[in-house]
Design a protein around this ligand. Structure first.
Ligand SMILES: NC(=O)C1=CN([C@@H]2O[C@H](COP(=O)(O)OP(=O)(O)OC[C@H]3O[C@@H](n4cnc5c(N)ncnc54)[C@H](OP(=O)(O)O)[C@@H]3O)[C@@H](O)[C@H]2O)C=CC1
Ligand SMILES: O=C1O[C@H](COP(=O)(O)O)[C@@H](O)[C@H](O)[C@H]1O
Length: 599
């Protein structure tokens, strides 16, 4: 099994012999055990087939009961080194395991998390808040230290003040939140330094060692810096601040290059200093709850998988919209554009998960193998299958919204697309001929990220005359709304109650806020925790990255070399009309148009 190492997860052990109490105080452990059991079930089952299966065991956490497979040994229940849950085979069904007996509380090791680029936007907005949320949930190890590293001059106290401004409490768990924030901030420190200075990283190393206090030291570096300084920082971190006796891992933020060549060069440079298994390429969309749920929806429900092919699906749409512009990130954005910023990574990753074949197991490598196969079966995107746009200034309600080129860090004559729509195809037996449409844009009329699965018409539909002439409106559509207001809903035709026979479009609706009371964790929380645990399922492997770039590099080159002028659209609008022509060419319509009232 790929490293499901939970050895770093500290969940305070309870002295109470009551397992219920112990479970209650170990919600983090329980959540992760749930995950591990889910992820490892196939492997365990296979192991059982090799041995004589003995009795199944139930682990209860009050709310739910999960069945886990018995382990070889008769010893106490514990998480094994490889992350597998080992439970005594003699435990009776329905009997619960005392979570306090799980060996989660590693006294002898410590994790140091260094946020490189700690003074920046992402660190403040996402990384520190996610680390605090993990701390609040009891998901960080007992011994941990967080270091901010950047060139800005700051004291520990100043870093804490900066960080404290962005920490928030969970809506559903405010208890002791202020106290926890103070405790968390006490564990945050700052070291100023240059990104290319071995000397400064050696100083950091010295400080880390003081905090690690002789324990097995595991170190996680989060590179929250612009890509042009990735390699300098990796070189210094690996040479001068690697752990001597534990693991050293590096989370790398996108963009991973600008095209196939620069991405390959970046990978080569990273691999001069790190092994592939030390590199965690983050795509935070993979950490989003509904993206994680895609596989569950497909592979644990009988009703979807049989329909998941060209036979029943007419088109699949991946839609990303933001109702604000580049806002201070114009300098970065102008060098990349929306295709590299959103499509080549976030939307393509969702597509790969959506379209992949059933993996052999839920192990990271099995899943990533299937994703790569999808990407490698796709046709590189052609210029005629892309529409680009750029937002222009617009005044509404007396407010003037800026054009993209009003950003001082963007050249006045920039042709960088802030919007793009594209039609992609997977040339394999399952998806031959099905258009996979993507649309992504900034400064549009709303904010959303969703997957829309449009099904084919019902052949010989008995109710055609009740539906009217627009058969397209009567096709079923499954919507996986990633954000905001997470939901999964299925549009169906339904009889309007009454004596007549009138049909309307209704939704079978799973609205998360109505169904689940627990706040949905931010994607960065899940990904940071996974990186600490060595779980690689949600990170991008280098061959996935190569395959992704191969699809987009030719068209990006064409757009740039031919200086294709984007279609201008007003700030706050629905984007270029050209995107509708693109969809129409493949005989489909964008499902999001007029969808505001859907759920
Ligand atoms: N912000 C976001 O929403 C997202 C960001 N990302 C990626 O995450 C990474 C960090 O993003 P973000 O925080 O916005 O970046 P910033 O531009 O805020 O940069 C982070 C820090 O890096 C240092 N820095 C900035 N420019 C330079 C430079 N030219 N040379 C040396 N140091 C520099 C600065 O720290 P100091 O001057 O103190 O050294 C700055 O505070 C980037 O790779 C970005 O693409 C990915 C997804 C979303
Ligand atoms: O990676 C990026 O993502 C954000 C959108 O992330 P979300 O989680 O808020 O949907 C986007 O604004 C940014 O341009 C891009 O670099």
């Amino acid at each position: 099994m790929a490293a499901f190492s939970t050895s770093m997860t500290h969940c305070p052990s309870s002295s109470s012999s009551s397992s219920a109490a112990a479970f209650a105080s170990n919600s983090c452990a329980i959540n992760r055990i749930h995950q591990q059991i889910a992820l490892s079930s196939i492997r365990l089952t296979r192991k059982l087939c090799l041995r004589k299966p003995s009795r199944a065991v139930h682990v209860q956490d009050g709310a739910s009961t999960m069945k886990v497979s018995p382990a070889k040994n008769d010893g106490p229940a514990k998480i094994l080194k490889d992350g597998m849950l080992s439970v005594p085979p003699v435990i009776l069904p329905e009997e619960s395991i005392d979570i306090a007996s799980l060996d989660l509380n590693k006294e002898s090791s410590t994790v140091s998390i260094t946020v490189v680029g700690a003074s920046g936007d992402l660190a403040k907005k996402k990384i520190f808040p996610a680390l605090f949320a993990l701390y609040y949930e009891g998901c960080l190890p007992k011994h941990f230290t967080i270091f901010g590293y950047a060139r800005s001059k700051m004291s520990d106290a100043e870093l804490r003040t900066m960080v404290s401004k962005t920490l928030t409490c969970r809506i559903d768990q405010r208890e002791n939140c202020g106290e926890k924030m103070d405790q968390f901030l006490e564990r945050c420190f700052y070291h100023p330094g240059q990104y290319d200075s071995q000397e400064n990283f050696l100083e950091l190393d010295k400080k880390l060692k003081e905090h690690e206090d002789g324990r097995v030291a595991n170190r996680l570096f989060y590179l929250s810096i612009p890509p042009n300084i990735f390699i300098d920082a990796v070189k210094c971190a690996s040479t001068s601040a690697s752990s001597a006796n534990g693991w050293t891992r590096v989370i790398v933020e996108k963009p991973f290059g600008r095209d196939s060549e620069s991405s390959a060069a970046l990978t080569r440079s990273l691999k001069q200093y790190l092994d592939e298994d030390q590199i965690f390429r983050i795509d935070h969309y993979l950490g989003k709850e509904l993206v994680e749920n895609l596989s569950v929806l497909r592979f644990s429900n009988l009703i979807f998988e049989p329909l998941w092919s060209r036979q029943y699906i007419r088109s699949v749409q991946f839609i990303f919209a933001e109702d604000f512009g580049t806002e201070g990130r114009g300098g970065y954005f102008d060098n990349y554009g929306i295709i590299r910023d959103i499509m080549q990574n976030h939307l393509l990753q969702m597509l790969a998960l959506f379209a992949m074949e059933t993996p052999v197991s839920l192990d990271a490598e099995d899943i990533r193998n299937e994703k790569v196969k999808v990407l490698r079966s796709m046709r590189p995107l052609r210029l005629e299958d892309v529409v680009t746009g750029q937002y222009k200034s617009h005044t509404r309600g007396g407010v003037k919204y800026p054009a993209y080129t009003d950003d001082k860090t963007v050249p006045n004559d920039s042709l960088t697309p802030t919007f793009a729509a594209a039609a992609l195809f997977i040339d394999n037996a399952r998806w031959d001929g099905v258009p996979f449409l993507m649309k992504a844009g900034k400064a549009l009329h709303d904010r959303r990220a969703e997957i829309r699965v449009q099904f084919r018409h019902v052949p010989g539909n008995l109710y055609n005359k009740n539906i009217g002439t627009d058969l397209d409106l009567a096709t079923n559509e499954l919507v996986i709304r990633v954000q905001p207001d997470e939901a999964i809903y299925l549009k169906i035709n339904n009889k309007v109650p009454g004596l007549g026979m009138r049909l309307d479009r209704s939704n079978l609706n799973l609205l998360y806020a109505a169904r689940y009371t627990k706040e949905i964790p931010d994607a960065y929380e899940r990904l940071l925790l996974d990186a600490m645990e060595g779980e690689r399922r949600l990170f991008i492997r280098s061959d996935e990255l190569d395959a992704a770039w191969s699809l987009f590099t030719p068209v990006l080159k064409d757009l740039e070399e031919k200086k294709v002028v984007p279609e201008y659209y007003p700030y706050g609008s629905r984007g270029p009309v050209g995107s509708h022509y693109l969809a129409a060419r493949y005989k489909v319509r964008w499902g999001d148009v007029g969808s505001e009232q859907e759920s």
